[in-house]
Design a protein around this ligand. Structure first.
Ligand SMILES: *Cc1c(COP(=O)(O)O)cnc(C)c1O
Length: 405
């Protein structure tokens, strides 16, 4: 295995001196990754159940993905959206195959995908009323997370994210997740869309029930609202369906995706059903970098491997068996573990108290996890993780929980 290209011993000091302090980072410097494992600068191996926050779908440095990037980097990296190139057309076709008849716009991150959806909702409002500035409201969910731009942040009703940045974009209101009536109560003549995560991620792993999704679909049809789903974290196979909403069988009007789509090469995308996709006309939205030949090559490699290795189905079956194992923790460690949420490889271990010390203890025991809202720990293994990897993680969690406190 090749050595990391940069080896430094003073990384912590460099961060201290030169990197902005907007993250409470773990005291860990990672230098190499392979499959489900990453290694730190002392050579210690960790099982990576963060996947770079649900990004590394194929794990680290998957050979097919590395080769696709290498080949594309030597051929053509960037051309802007002033021209066509084969990869973007092909990737859009594949996404439409998964999402349904419609069209795709490519960007560079989750929050950018969500900006695109928010702009789409505004255009839908203009189409509804024939007037600008009238019908622009969007109903989101409490505890939601939609990103850090002004649109994304305005859709994210969390004090720690909004504090200091007001005034925000107007028109956002918030219903209770899985409480249809609370959403219905917020609809008025100025409402253009409902916008939710199909499975909340940062807020704690909280899935929408199928019944709730069906109710929202009906509500949107009754009032001519767009049903827009943020699948940035839960999409692209993570829950054991290609899109998490497909579990319910509903139809979406528009979908935002990012994280797992290109396995760590920055990419976001929105899909919209045909009659909404046409709301974007030349000049109404754009991006310099989005959908570059290189980013699309990375995403095509992800979709190739997902299909060839039947990974989405494996995530569904392995994830279901794993959840049963994890639920035993609630019985064996009732003082620490309250419940287990989520499905597939997007699992929330809901603790009885603040998860930060447990995340640190798991890290020290060799398992990387991510904290989330509602006292939960997110377990987000790469989609290539096998039953053996899941069992190893469960064993580490048991050891850590079983220690005297
Ligand atoms: C991570 C995330 C975002 C933001 O994505 P970035 O790529 O960090 O901008 C938006 N929505 C959801 C549901 C996310 O999990």
């Amino acid at each position: 295995m090749s050595q990391p290209s940069i080896v430094r011993t003073n990384t912590a000091e460099l961060y201290d001196a030169y990197v902005m302090k907007n993250y409470a980072r773990a005291p860990l410097t990672l230098v190499r990754g392979q499959g489900v494992s990453v290694w730190d600068d002392t050579g210690r191996e960790y099982l990576d159940f963060t996947s770079g926050v649900a990004v590394a779908a194929l794990g680290h440095c998957h050979p097919t993905w590395v080769e696709a990037i290498r080949r594309q980097a030597g051929e053509l990296i960037h051309v802007s959206n002033l021209f066509r190139h084969p990869n973007q057309g092909e990737l859009a076709r594949r996404i439409v195959q998964h999402a349904g008849p419609g069209r795709v716009f490519f960007c560079n991150s989750g929050t950018e995908a969500n900006e695109g959806l928010i702009k789409l909702a505004r255009l839908h409002g203009v189409r509804k009323t024939g007037e600008e500035g009238k019908c622009y409201k969007i109903i989101c969910a409490k505890q939601a997370f939609h990103g850090r731009t002004f649109g994304g942040m305005s859709a994210t009703p969390q004090e720690k994210i909004q504090k200091g940045f007001r005034p925000l974009v107007p028109g956002f209101s918030f219903g209770e997740l899985n409480n249809l009536q609370s959403f219905a109560d917020l609809v008025d003549a100025d409402t253009a869309a409902i916008f939710i995560e199909t499975v909340q991620g940062e807020g704690g792993v909280l899935p929408c029930t199928d019944e709730f999704l069906w109710g929202l679909r009906k509500l949107c049809d009754q009032h001519n609202l767009l049903l827009m789903l943020d699948e940035v974290q839960c999409g692209v196979g993570r829950t054991g369906d290609f899109y998490a909403f497909q579990h319910s069988g509903i139809r979406a009007d528009a979908i935002g995706m990012a994280k797992g789509i290109a396995n760590g090469f920055p990419m976001g995308a929105i899909w919209a059903a045909e009659k909404h996709a046409e709301l974007f006309t030349p000049g109404s939205h754009g991006t310099t970098f989005g959908g570059s030949p290189l980013a699309c090559a990375a995403a095509l490699a992800v979709l190739d491997v997902l299909a060839k290795d039947n990974l989405v189905e494996k995530v569904r079956t392995n994830g279901a068996a794993w959840k049963i194992e994890l639920e035993k923790l609630v019985i064996d460690f009732p003082q620490q573990v309250k419940t287990v949420t989520g499905r597939g490889y997007m699992i929330g271990l809901v603790l009885q108290s603040d998860p930060v010390p447990c995340v640190a203890a798991l890290r020290e025991a060799g398992l990387l996890t991510v904290g989330a809202g509602g006292n939960s720990i997110r377990l987000l293994p790469p989609l290539i993780a096998t039953k053996e990897h899941l069992d190893r993680a469960t064993a580490i969690i048991r050891t850590v929980l079983g220690r005297p406190t």
